[in-house]
Design a protein around this ligand. Structure first.
Ligand code: AMP
Length: 239
């Protein structure tokens, strides 16, 4: 795959139902555009649960039930992480935070914001310049969930039908064992899809009004990736 450089910072949000392949698209975007880094709110929460931080202890049972954690909890975690990674800096005076337009300050947020309330809160912190809406039919998504495996330390996601690891049950990069996520349970998934439907419509409307919403349709990650690469090239690439 030919690497492509960015001409300016891409501050991107991926929106899509759980199981649609947001992690896969992030991974591929980071390979194509090496200046882009990814932050997944689900991974950030799971890390906190694992490390038994205060936020993790608060989030654990809510995540298990398939509901969303509180806006204040996730906003605090995300803001801290954006600062730690150097993508925003605490500002002085009027603006609470400052940010750079250099390509090196590019990021993809996966899983955050999930609600219109979170989106408004994020607008106050840093302006997003593209929202990618990954659109795949629900029955196809359900099919994928049963076949998903992850490499926990890196967050790499595989699927035995369309993105299989080179060796069965092993991570391509490290060769370590792949596992199923603790929250990959059918009942939890039903609740997650329902809650996604309820919350994503106002979220997408919010970004549509700001003129930064772009929808991509496809039945598989392989159908979607080339369309995303082309759009990123047009919007952020060095000509
Ligand atoms: P994910 O891996 O993105 O599907 O997230 C796993 C779980 O973490 C979700 O089911 C929620 O309980 C929680 N979560 C992740 N992101 C958010 C968010 N932006 N707001 C609230 N809860 C979240």
């Amino acid at each position: 795959m030919a690497l492509q450089r960015l001409s300016k910072a891409a501050r991107v949000i991926l929106v899509g139902a759980p199981g649609v392949g947001k992690g896969t698209q992030s991974e591929r975007l980071m390979q194509k555009f090496s200046e882009i880094k990814q932050l997944s709110s689900g991974d950030l929460l799971r890390k906190n649960v694992k490390e038994k931080t205060r936020a993790g202890l608060e989030a654990e049972s809510i995540m298990k039930s398939g509901k969303l954690v509180s806006d204040s909890l996730i906003l605090r975690l995300i803001t801290d992480e954006l600062t730690t990674r150097g993508w925003i800096q605490s500002g002085t005076g009027k603006s609470k935070y400052t940010f750079s337009d250099q390509p090196s300050a590019s990021f993809i947020l996966d899983g955050f914001p999930r609600t219109a309330v979170q989106a408004v809160q994020l607008d106050d912190i840093v302006p997003i310049n593209l929202v990618v809406n990954l659109n795949t039919p629900t029955d196809i998504i359900i099919d994928r969930i049963c076949n998903r495996w992850i490499h926990e330390p890196s967050g790499r996601v595989y699927n035995t039908t369309f993105n299989a690891p080179k060796a069965d049950g092993k991570d391509d990069v490290t060769g370590e064992a792949l596992v199923r996520r603790a929250d990959d349970d059918p009942e939890v998934w039903k609740a997650r899809l329902k809650s996604f439907k309820e919350t994503s419509t106002p979220l997408l409307e919010h970004y549509d009004k700001l003129g930064i919403l772009w929808t991509v349709n496809g039945n598989s990650s392989d159908e979607i990736t080339p369309q995303i690469f082309e759009e990123f090239g047009k919007r952020f690439g060095v000509p």
